[in-house]
Design a protein around this ligand. Structure first.
Ligand SMILES: [Zn+2]
Length: 410
């Protein structure tokens, strides 16, 4: 078993140890007799840092993990060729923890204890799990509902506890003693000795994580997204410098958005709603104009197309018209005249074909479109009276339409 120095001192960033084992698969790793490196466990993510040999070779510790039998594995990367002899069991090494990362993890994890206790005290909502990631953390609360007021009051209480700068003590007790202490949460595993994190007169939890010494070191807690999960509610939060960095990022985003509207940041929701309403109104107007334009164009096309063998064959390639407009035009043509057959295309912005005939006309538009597609490429299909498809480019549209028109004219 590795002696875990962080159990007794969360602020120990520099330590000496002896190499116990050197592993090389799947990645090179070291097991030491003692370590201050925290391995991922209990929701808290691992420390990083360096291991330095007596020959002054430096290894970057990229991940730290627990083994099932209680050892701590330090995965490392060597930045250059190193003296293999210095990495042998029995040799002494020095470990250096990335203090900024550890400090951040302590702020998040201690922040979580304070926040979980606040939700339990104020709203009787127990925390069932804790998750820490590189950007934000979350707790899952066992609660049927969670209101905005409950979120804000828990956040307020947590920040008050931080401001009061209460002591955070680490104690080791037997399981029996722990049972009498009234812990917020007892670990499920059967251990004889439990490590207790004691936030003075506020929270007692069994936990193996690294914690601040005074709640003031958490600095602040900011609650973020809340979402319903299977067994309750997930509350995202950030503590310490992360809270400031997150608020800074939010402010920058809001400021950029507000500048687009030439508005104050607090008016962004109102301005956005206004813009969306305008977009909806414009979209409606546009649809109406398209309808009218398609109808007018269809009338003009029918007027200028001679009726041959009892039908009007309209062949047209449009530009700067999207597929929906071409389809609209095809529908207008076949509804305005009972004798229309339309072979329509658009060459831009997105090349496409629409073939349509008035109800009762004898051709098969779906089959005709497939025939065009074999020459032009693209995908599409449809029924006997209406078929459409997109093309990869506008090459050859006119000649294919001309050939099909000649075929239909018989
Ligand atoms: Zn904990």
């Amino acid at each position: 078993m590795t002696d875990r120095l962080y159990y007794h001192d969360s602020f120990l960033y520099d330590f000496d140890a002896e190499i116990r084992e050197v592993l090389d698969s799947p990645r090179p790793a070291l097991i030491l007799d003692r370590t201050a490196f925290y391995p991922t466990s209990g929701g808290q993510i691992f420390d990083t840092g360096r291991i330095i040999t007596a020959a002054n070779d430096r290894f970057k510790v990229t991940e730290v993990a627990d083994t099932e039998d209680g050892r701590v594995v330090h995965y490392f990367e060597a930045d250059r060729d190193f003296d293999q002899a210095a990495l042998q069991p029995g040799n002494r090494v020095r470990g250096q923890i990335d203090a900024a990362r550890r400090c951040d993890h302590m702020q998040q994890h201690s922040g979580q204890h304070v926040l979980s206790a606040a939700f339990l005290r104020l709203h009787n909502m127990p925390t069932v799990s804790f998750h820490m990631a590189d950007d934000y953390c979350s707790i899952d609360l066992d609660a049927p509902t969670l209101t905005k007021e409950q979120i804000e009051s828990a956040e307020r209480l947590a920040n008050e506890i931080i401001l009061e700068n209460r002591g955070v003590d680490v104690r080791f007790v037997t399981r029996d003693e722990a049972g009498k202490l009234g812990l917020r949460k007892l670990p499920p595993t059967e251990r004889d000795e439990l490590r207790i994190i004691d936030i003075r007169d506020f929270d007692l939890s069994a936990c193996g994580g690294t914690h601040v010494a005074q709640t003031g070191q958490i600095a602040s807690i900011l609650l973020r997204k809340v979402e319903k999960v299977r067994q309750g509610w997930r509350v995202e939060f950030v503590a310490g410098q992360r809270a400031v960095a997150t608020a800074r990022r939010d402010f920058t985003t809001l400021t950029e958005t507000a500048a687009l509207f030439s508005a104050h940041i607090y008016d962004v929701p109102q301005q956005t709603r206004k813009s969306l309403d305008e977009i909806r109104a414009l979209r409606k107007q546009r649809e109406q104009s398209q309808e009218e334009l398609a109808a007018a164009q269809a009338s003009a096309l029918l007027a200028e197309t001679a009726e041959i063998n009892g039908r009007k064959l309209v062949v047209r390639t449009l530009t700067d018209r999207d597929l929906s407009f071409v389809k609209l035009l095809a529908q207008k043509l076949t509804r305005l005249s009972p004798h229309a057959v339309a072979l329509l295309a658009t060459s831009s912005p997105q090349p496409a074909l629409v073939f349509a005939q008035s109800t009762g006309q004898p051709f098969d538009m779906g089959a005709l479109l497939k025939e065009a597609m074999t020459t032009l490429g693209g995908r599409g299909g449809g029924s006997k009276d209406l078929a459409q498809g997109g093309l990869p480019n506008a090459n050859g549209i006119d000649s294919v339409l001309k050939a099909l028109a000649e075929k239909l004219a018989g």
